[in-house]
Design a protein around this ligand. Structure first.
Ligand code: ATP
Ligand code: MG
Length: 438
């Protein structure tokens, strides 16, 4: 991509309205623009990253056996009355009337709607287990929208819903999602820690939140030190296996959100317990028959009984993750994208626009790299070197290839590693070799 052809409205000053670093950098790097409180437009750079995060999540869901659907943002109030949540949900729910005075709402979550789809079509245990997921914008009229996309009112969520014939297989489905979440956050270059959590308005008997430790996180969490570095055995996850043992490896550590924290349970791990702040990026719930019972989503089980289906629901905050990734990966100059979700890998920077030789080398490199399907952004603007370098640090691509008159004279070109700040000086051949093997 040529930077002159890319819409990147970078801000020079720190925006006054932003309190935390991810919000500041997302505005400064031209990733988002606020349209109303807690509601954002996604500009090209933001959209690319959001898409990458979404795709990693989608692929892991598919790998785990879930089926992708797409439910609408607007839902009928009727099904929410059936489940009993229409009144309970309170002011966070955005209620809308259509021209015929029918009550609609902008979905804050989809348990009711997916249960309605399920009960229309599935009648027998033979069609189970089933997991339906979708990726769709949600609306919650949050009391205090803040921190940019981290606590928005409109936000993108992946939500999955499992359906099973009995408690045991329903827990199997829960475990599958538990491990899928461990995988997908890791594939985003993130360390998310599973913690026992409150079930809140979704309800149920079993629930874990996936938390990224960060000072700016809104949740207070208590976690055993060893869990912070515990990886589990990731390479060998097979979604057809019984995953209980894998899940137990994580849940055997003490880790709880503030609401679930119970000091009397932890006398033996006290010395290793850390109190920290964290960002909730995912939340899984097992709630059995809570929705299927009132909504009459019944199936015939293996011995011919007609029973309400067992369910769980599983959310990932995709738009929040963009902010969370930045909270976890930045320095005082800007964003440092993990390689897994960076918009491009390389940033070619021409320090002296108008200089024929600099331009020739940059363009040559750019062409070769494109030909080799490398992901590269070429800063071909005519701005000052200082402006370009600062912008490159702000937008945080992993490798900067910096071409200027001095490099041309010495026939040595700088590759700067954004994360460490280290610079390697390479000959042209070494540079080509570097980008092709890196
Ligand atoms: P929170 O406690 O942060 O308000 P929640 O527990 O109400 O979130 P869930 O119903 O568990 O949220 O939703 C699933 C995921 O959606 C959350 O783990 C979070 O990542 C994301 N999410 C929830 N609310 C918001 C929001 N207002 N803005 C952005 N993402 C959100
Ligand atoms: Mg939650």
């Amino acid at each position: 991509m040529l930077l002159t052809r890319f819409f990147l409205p970078v801000l020079k000053e720190n925006p006054k309205e932003a309190e935390i670093i991810s919000h500041i950098y997302m505005l400064r790097a031209g990733m988002i623009q606020q349209s109303a409180s807690g509601i954002y437009s996604w500009l090209p750079l933001g959209k690319i990253v959001l898409e990458k995060i979404t795709e990693i999540c989608r692929q892991e869901m598919i790998k785990s056996g879930a089926n992708e659907i797409l439910m609408p943002t607007l839902q009928s109030a009727e099904i929410w009355k059936e489940s009993g949540r229409y009144e309970d949900y309170g002011k966070e729910m955005l209620r809308i009337k259509d021209r015929n005075n029918r009550n609609l709402l902008y979905g804050p979550t989809n348990e009711e709607l997916v249960t309605e789809i399920f009960r229309t079509h599935v009648k027998s245990y033979k069609e189970l287990p089933l997991n339906l997921f979708h990726i769709q914008w949600k609306f919650r009229d949050e009391l205090r929208p803040r921190f940019g996309v981290m606590r928005g009112r409109e936000f993108l969520m992946k939500d999955a819903y499992s359906f099973d014939v009995d408690y045991k297989s329903s827990i199997d489905s829960y475990n599958k999602m538990f491990m899928a979440y461990m995988q997908l956050f890791k594939k985003m270059g993130l360390k998310a820690i599973p913690m026992k959590a409150d079930t809140g308005p979704i309800g149920g008997d079993l629930s874990h939140e996936f938390i990224i430790i960060a000072d700016t996180g809104e949740s207070e969490v208590y976690v055993e030190k060893e869990l912070l570095n515990f990886e589990g055995s990731f390479a060998s996850i097979n979604y057809n296996d019984d995953l209980q043992e894998e899940v137990n490896k994580f849940t055997s550590f003490y880790a709880a959100t503030e609401e679930k924290h119970n000091p009397s349970n932890i006398s033996d791990v006290n010395n290793n317990l850390i109190k920290a702040r964290g960002i909730e990026v995912g939340h899984i719930f097992h709630f059995g028959q809570k929705y299927s019972l009132p909504m009459k989503a019944n199936i015939s089980d293996t011995i011919g009984n007609n029973i309400p289906v067992f369910m769980g629901s599983y959310g990932v905050g995709l738009s929040r993750l963009v902010g969370a990734v930045i909270e976890a990966n930045h320095d005082d100059k800007g964003i440092i994208w993990p390689k897994e979700i960076t918009p491009w890998d390389y940033n070619i920077i021409n320090l002296k626009s108008g200089d024929d030789e600099c331009e020739k080398i940059c363009l040559n490199l750019y062409k070769i790299m494109n030909k080799n399907s490398l992901k590269v952004l070429y800063d071909d603007t005519d701005e000052r070197a200082g402006t370009k370098l600062a912008r490159a640090d702000l937008i945080g691509l992993p490798y900067q290839i910096i071409i200027g008159p001095k490099g041309i004279k010495d026939q040595l070109y700088d590759v700067k590693f954004r994360k460490s700040g280290d610079i390697s000086r390479l000959s042209y051949d070494e540079l080509l070799n570097f980008v092709q093997t890196n």
